[in-house]
Ligand binder design. Sequence first.
Ligand SMILES: *[C@@H]1O[C@H](CO)[C@@H](O)[C@H](O)[C@H]1NC(C)=O
Ligand SMILES: *[C@@H]1O[C@H](CO)[C@@H](O)[C@H](O)[C@H]1NC(C)=O
Ligand SMILES: *[C@@H]1O[C@H](CO)[C@@H](O)[C@H](O)[C@H]1NC(C)=O
Ligand SMILES: *[C@@H]1O[C@H](CO)[C@@H](O)[C@H](O)[C@H]1NC(C)=O
Ligand SMILES: *[C@@H]1O[C@H](CO)[C@@H](O)[C@H](O)[C@H]1NC(C)=O
Ligand SMILES: *[C@@H]1O[C@H](CO)[C@@H](O)[C@H](O)[C@H]1NC(C)=O
Ligand SMILES: *[C@@H]1O[C@H](CO)[C@@H](O)[C@H](O)[C@H]1NC(C)=O
Ligand SMILES: *[C@@H]1O[C@H](CO)[C@@H](O)[C@H](O)[C@H]1NC(C)=O
Ligand SMILES: *[C@@H]1O[C@H](CO)[C@@H](O)[C@H](O)[C@H]1NC(C)=O
Ligand SMILES: *[C@@H]1O[C@H](CO)[C@@H](O)[C@H](O)[C@H]1NC(C)=O
Length: 586
Amino acid sequence: MGRRTFRTLVASLFAALPLAQCDSVSYDYDTYAEGDPAGAPYQTYLSNTDLKPLELQINSNQSGLASGYVFIGVNGEPTSTQNWPAIYDMSEERMGTLVWTGEYIEPFDFRAQTYKGQPVLTLFTGELLNGYGHGSYYILNQSYVEIGHFSPVGFENLGDLHEFSITADDTALVPIYHAVQADLTELGGASDAWIFECTFQEINIQTNKLLFEWNATTHVGFNESYNTIEDVGTEAAPFDYFHINSIEKDVNGDYLVSGRVMDCVYKISGDDGHIIWRLGGKQSDFQLDANVSFAFQHDARWVDDEQTRLTIFDNGPTDSVDYSRGLLLSVDQNAKTVSLIQDFYNGAKTFGQFEGSLQAINRTDPNTNFMLGYGSQPFFAEFKSNGDILLDAQFGKTNEVNGYRAYKLPWQGKPLTKPDIHFDSDRNQAYFSWNGATDVEDWVVYTANSTNTTSWMNVTSARRTGFETTIDLSDVELGTYVRGQAVNASGGGLGWTRASDGNQLYDAPDDVETISTTSMTSSSTSSSSSSTSTPITTSSTPIATSVTGTAPAPASSTTGAAVKLAHEVRGQVYVAAVVIVGGLIV
Ligand SMILES: *[C@@H]1O[C@H](CO)[C@@H](O)[C@H](O)[C@H]1NC(C)=O
Ligand SMILES: *[C@@H]1O[C@H](CO)[C@@H](O)[C@H](O)[C@H]1NC(C)=O
Ligand SMILES: *[C@@H]1O[C@H](CO)[C@@H](O)[C@H](O)[C@H]1NC(C)=O
Ligand SMILES: *[C@@H]1O[C@H](CO)[C@@H](O)[C@H](O)[C@H]1NC(C)=O
Ligand SMILES: *[C@@H]1O[C@H](CO)[C@@H](O)[C@H](O)[C@H]1NC(C)=O
Ligand SMILES: *[C@@H]1O[C@H](CO)[C@@H](O)[C@H](O)[C@H]1NC(C)=O
Ligand SMILES: *[C@@H]1O[C@H](CO)[C@@H](O)[C@H](O)[C@H]1NC(C)=O
Ligand SMILES: *[C@@H]1O[C@H](CO)[C@@H](O)[C@H](O)[C@H]1NC(C)=O
Ligand SMILES: *[C@@H]1O[C@H](CO)[C@@H](O)[C@H](O)[C@H]1NC(C)=O
Ligand SMILES: *[C@@H]1O[C@H](CO)[C@@H](O)[C@H](O)[C@H]1NC(C)=O
C-alpha cells in the first residue's frame, strides 16, 4: 500500500470515529491482562476503597532512570471506570505503585508545572468530541486543592484538550477548535463548508485577559493539508484541515505549533503571527532526510533555549517506518537544515495512531533521559540519550485504555486530608495509605484503650512499601484501638490516621503525647510471616506487578519485621513480604 493511500485511510479513520472508540493496530505482543479478557487489571486498597488505579506492567527496567514520578491522564475505558489522572512512583523500591489519583474524568495533558513559583498540577477536562474537546483547565496546588480554573477568552467551556502549558511568564497556552464557514471548493468541498479555525490563545491566567491569538485559517492554506474532506465539512462535522495539537512559546516570544494532518511543525512570530518557517509538510522550508521524515506528529518541543534541538512524537506511518517513535532532531534555523540525532521506540515497536509525547526529562542535561508516551496505546518508555531502553511499561489493555501524554516529572504532594487506615483485628493486620503524600518514609503504629486519650503507645513501625503498606501486628500487644502516624525521612510526623477497633473508625486527637514501648518486654525480632494467621506468599519484590496469575518468587530472607503488601488484582489477592530495616521493637 502506497504512502498516500495508507495516509488517507488513516486520516479518514481518524476523522470519522470518536476518539475513545478509535481502533488502532499495535505491533506489540500484548501480554498485559492475558487470561483476563474482561480488560485492564487495576489496583485496590483496603484502607482506601475509593481508588482503583490501573495496574502497571513493567516489561523491563534498568538502573539509571531519571528521578521523578510518572504522570498519566488515563483515558479510554479502563475496567475500573476510573479514567482519572494518576501519578506513579517509579523508584526502584516502589516501582509501579500509585502516588495520587483524583476524580477528574478523561483528563488531558495532565502534568506538574510551575505557576507563580510554586509546583502545581495542571489538566484539561471536559467533553470529548471527534478528535478534539470542549472543556476547561484546572490548576491544583501541592495539597491537591484547586487554585485555578479557566476557559479560553470568549470560549467558555470550549477549550480544547491538546495543550495546557504554563509559560515562564505564568501565562497559559491553550487551543480552541471553533467551527467557521469557509469556501472549500479548491479541495472539492462546498463554498459554504464548515471548518475548524484551529486557534490558540495565550492568556493571563490571573486576569483571564487575552494576550495573543492565532488562527491557522488566517495563515495556513487549506491546500497544505493532507486531510481529505470526504463526508465532513458540515456544521455537525467540520473539516479538521490542520489539527493543532501542541503549542510552545520560546525564549524570544515566538511559538512552535504542531499541525497533525499537515505533517508540519510551524514557527510562528509572536509579533504578528506570520509563519517564520515550516518544518515538514507540503511546503517545508527544511529539506528532510528519509530518517527525519515524520507523519501525524504530536508534541513538538525545543529541548534547549538556543533552539538547536527539537523533539517530536512521530506517530507515523511514513514510507520508511511503520511504527511510532520519538525524534530528537538537530536543527539549524539559518541554514535550514535538520538531521536526526536519535530516535526512540519501545521493545514492541508500538504504533500509537494518535496522541503521544516525547519529553527530554532534564532539558539542561546534554545526556538527559527521554520519556516516550504512546498516546492512543497504553505504553510508555524511558530511554538513555543513545536510545537504550531503561524502562518499558504498559498501563492498560491495548485499544481499551490510552493516555494523551506521559511525563516524568518531580513532584512533592502534601495532602490536607488525613492518612487512611484499615485495621483487620481478626488477622492482626493494619493497612495504611495517604493519597497524594510523597514524603512518607515510615508508618508508625500506635495503640490506646480510649480514642480520645492524648496518650498513645507506639508498638511498631515499617517503611512505606507503596501506596498501601500492610503491617503485621500479630506479635505486638495491642489495646482496644489502633492508629498510625505518617513519618518523613527525618522522623518528622506528617499526619495521624483516625483510630480503629477493627469495626469502625473514630476521630482521635492529633496533638498527642506518644509513649514508647521500649520499657515493655519481649523479644520477637525474628518475626516471620508464618507467625500470622493468614497464609502468606512471600516475595522479594515490594509489589506484585505480575498480572498473569503467577505466584511471586519466594523471599530470600525474612529478618526483621515482615511487612506485607496486599495487592488485589481483580479479585485475586497477591501478598508479598519485604524486609524492613530496623526491625520490630516489642
Ligand atoms: C526491575 O528489574 C529487576 C531486574 O531485572 C527485577 O528484579 C524487578 O522485578 C523489576 N521491577 C519491576 C517492578 O518489575
Ligand atoms: C493549597 O491551597 C489550600 C487552600 O488555599 C491551602 O489551604 C493549602 O495550604 C495550599 N497548599 C499548599 C501546599 O500551598
Ligand atoms: C480566530 O478565530 C476565532 C474563532 O473563530 C475568532 O473568534 C477570532 O476572532 C479569530 N482571531 C483572529 C486573530 O483572527
Ligand atoms: C497553496 O496555494 C497557495 C496560493 O495559491 C500557493 O502559493 C501554494 O504554493 C499552494 N501550496 C500547495 C502545497 O499547493
Ligand atoms: C540519516 O540519514 C542521513 C542521510 O541518509 C545520514 O547521513 C545520517 O547518518 C542518518 N542519521 C542517522 C542518525 O541515522
Ligand atoms: C539536570 O541536569 C543538570 C546538568 O547536568 C544538573 O545540574 C541537574 O542536577 C539535573 N537536574 C535533575 C533534577 O536531575
Ligand atoms: C489497655 O488496657 C489493658 C488492660 O487494662 C492493659 O493491660 C494495657 O496496658 C492497656 N494498653 C494501653 C496501650 O494503654
Ligand atoms: C472518651 O472515649 C471513651 C471511649 O473511648 C468515652 O467513653 C468517653 O466518653 C470519651 N470522653 C470524652 C471526653 O469524649
Ligand atoms: C517508639 O518510640 C521510641 C521513643 O521515641 C523509639 O525509640 C522507638 O524506636 C519507637 N518504636 C517504634 C516501634 O517505633
Ligand atoms: C519532616 O517533617 C518535619 C515536620 O514534622 C519537617 O520539619 C522536616 O523538615 C521534614 N523533613 C524532611 C526531610 O522533609
